[in-house]
Ligand binder design. Structure first.
Ligand SMILES: [Ca+2]
Length: 382
């Protein structure tokens, strides 16, 4: 998620007490015994509606930077950005960031959501938001602009020069399927955009979900209100039909970074300034200063504006699951019938869950102090 939630952001900034979770005295592990074999890096594929820096860009860079993660591939999907725009942003950021690792496989996924019930036209999306309780000033993500013909066209549009000669796969869904079979029960699929690629993959190959070690979603709003409209979180609102398919796929483990926790993870002025001070890469700093929310912070002279992070939390708990302080377990489903609940994510007790609903862990609290410090330290490395 990015670029949204203005009204609610302001209301948070004005009225909400931010409860900081103490870092506590997390029991430091004993020093490892000599000759302890090094742990193999965790294999990860990132499925993303990529944007520059916050949020998807930073999430990608954290995973690409961390020595404990083997970022096999990044697949784009349409959401906040078109899948082609997302690839352009991805190629640019990979070329700018510092990294010692080989470049992940880059693949463009689905260009359009399912959304057969509601449609995906610009006017339709705007009308839904207006009808169901718009939370973010009518923001509709990718459909704010026209879909570029190709990722290279998108690159030229955004950066004013021709795209570099980079190998890009155009079949992101096939890539997900291939990798699941190549590394069974070894890959964490970190899904920080709409669920379209995942739904198409499990429809094409029903075995595929069970072959992933875990799926970690940024998406949904289970015991809190939505941020697209009152009843739906943005990633899910953009493709409720695919979400219902993805949620019913037999992943052994599914973990959610939903609005339940991201609503509590607030970027206030102090944290915004710290973020800026920790970005040492001049090209990334320029990108940061030109971002939508940086301009909002800079223009906010009374210090009341605040923002959130979403995908960055999903990356952080993938790298260090001990950041999670509490979760709730529920059987989950997604409303895919058009109307005021289109895209609503619903938690159920086991005995009341509809047929096909599966169990999920929904993160409620993370160690805020450690999370923000972790983010600052990563920013210095990029
Ligand atoms: Ca995202």
């Amino acid at each position: 998620m990015t670029n949204n939630i203005l009204k609610r952001t302001l209301s948070f900034a004005c009225g909400m007490l931010i409860s900081m979770v103490c870092a506590g005295t997390a029991a430091a592990a004993e020093a490892p015994a000599m000759n302890t074999p090094a742990k193999a890096p965790v294999k990860v594929i990132l499925d993303t509606d990529m944007v520059e820096l916050f949020d998807d860009g930073i999430a990608m860079m954290m995973l690409q930077n961390d020595p404990g993660i083997d970022l096999l591939g990044v697949v784009t999907v349409t959401g906040n950005s078109w899948a082609n725009d997302g690839m352009a942003y991805l190629v640019k950021q990979l070329s700018v960031m510092k990294t010692q690792k080989p470049q992940p496989v880059l693949a463009i996924g689905e260009q359009y959501p399912d959304r057969r019930g509601g449609g995906f036209g610009r006017d339709i999306l705007k009308k839904e938001l207006a009808s169901y309780g718009d939370v973010m000033e009518g923001y509709i993500g990718a459909q704010e602009t026209d879909n570029p013909k190709s990722w290279k066209d998108a690159y030229k549009k955004h950066y004013g020069v021709s795209a570099p000669d980079v190998k890009i796969r155009e079949d992101g869904v096939n890539y997900l399927i291939e990798m699941a079979h190549k590394y069974p029960h070894q890959i964490k699929l970190v899904a920080i955009g709409p669920t379209t690629n995942i739904a198409r993959a499990v429809q094409k190959d029903p075995e595929v979900a069970a072959l992933f070690d875990e799926v970690i979603y940024m998406g949904g709003a289970f015991w809190v209100k939505g941020n697209a409209h009152e009843n739906a979180e943005f990633n899910i609102w953009l493709d409720p039909e695919s979400t219902r398919v993805a949620y019913r796929a037999p992943f052994d483990n599914q973990t959610f970074v939903a609005l339940d926790v991201t609503d509590k993870t607030i970027m206030d002025h102090d944290r915004f300034n710290k973020i800026r001070s920790h970005i040492k890469n001049p090209e990334l700093l320029k990108m940061f200063n030109e971002s939508f929310f940086a301009k909002r912070f800079d223009a906010d002279k009374d210090g009341k504006f605040s923002w959130f992070v979403w995908d960055v939390i999903a990356a952080a708990i993938t790298i260090d699951p001990s950041l999670i302080l509490s979760t709730r377990h529920a059987y989950i489903d997604c409303v895919d019938q058009p109307g005021a609940s289109y895209g609503r994510t619903v938690p159920y007790m086991k005995d009341e869950a509809p047929e096909g609903a599966r169990s999920a862990s929904i993160v409620q609290e993370i160690d805020q102090d450690r999370f923000w410090k972790m983010l600052y330290s990563y920013l210095e490395k990029f």
